[in-house]
Design a protein around this ligand. Structure first.
Ligand code: FES
Length: 86
C-alpha cells in the first residue's frame, strides 16, 4: 500500500489519506477544524491527541461519539463531523 491509498468519506467528501494515521490526523491534514459542536455552539477539534479530552468526537460508520484521535483510518470508512454535542 502506498501513500494516500486509503479512501475515507468525510461528510460526503472523499479523501485519500495515508494508511495508519488516525482519523484526527486525516481530518486536520484536510483542514477540518470543527470535529463537533459544543453545547454553546462553538466548534471543537482534537486537543490532547491521546484519548483524554474527548474534544475530537465524531461519528464513524454511523456510530456516534467516537474519539477520532484513537481510531486509525480504514478504507471505506465514513466519518461525520460537526455533530451537535457529539
Ligand atoms: S484529542 Fe483528546 S480525546 Fe481525542
Amino acid at each position: 500500500m502506498s501513500l494516500r491509498d486509503v479512501r475515507i468519506v468525510v461528510n460526503d467528501r472523499e479523501l485519500r489519506v495515508e494508511p495508519g494515521i488516525t482519523i484526527a490526523a486525516a481530518l486536520l491534514n484536510a483542514g477540518v477544524q470543527d470535529f463537533r459542536t459544543s453545547v454553546t455552539g462553538a466548534p471543537r477539534a482534537a486537543l490532547c491527541g491521546m484519548g483524554v479530552c474527548f474534544e475530537c468526537r465524531v461519528t464513524v460508520d454511523d456510530v456516534a461519539q467516537q474519539r477520532a484521535c484513537l481510531i486509525a483510518v480504514r478504507d471505506g470508512m465514513r466519518v461525520r463531523t460537526g455533530g451537535e454535542h457529539a
